[in-house]
Design a protein around this ligand. Structure first.
Ligand SMILES: [Zn+2]
Ligand SMILES: [Zn+2]
Length: 109
């Protein structure tokens, strides 16, 4: 089975970004056994580490596509792609909506 390329997915993010700036949407709480990666419009990809620090700054938000990969004890896994945003200052992530998801009986990632 071919792995889908991880590409940026454009969406209408104006209201979503405004809500984050108003503080009405909370950032992602990183889950155990789960990896988060993002890809930006220019194709830049990065793995995001948990960021639980309280920050005082005004977030610098960039629209992104988030890939959330969770590995389970039975060796299966689930990957979910979201429209979202990332703060380039503190690294926090916000999810908007689900683009796609995929379950693998055996994780080969
Ligand atoms: Zn921030
Ligand atoms: Zn996997």
């Amino acid at each position: 089975m071919e792995e889908e390329p991880f590409v940026y997915h454009a969406f209408d993010s104006a209201n979503f970004i405004a809500e984050i700036e108003r503080g009405t949407i909370s950032p992602i709480t990183f889950q155990e056994n789960t990896e988060y990666s993002v890809v930006f419009e220019d194709g830049t990809m990065e793995t995001v580490q948990s960021s639980d620090v309280e920050v005082q700054h005004r977030h610098t938000l960039k629209e992104t596509t988030i890939k959330q990969h969770t590995k389970y004890k039975d060796d299966s896994c689930k990957t979910v792609w979201y429209n979202g945003a990332k703060c380039t200052g503190c690294g926090k992530l916000w999810k908007y909506d689900v683009i796609d998801e995929q379950t693998n009986k055996v994780c080969r990632h």
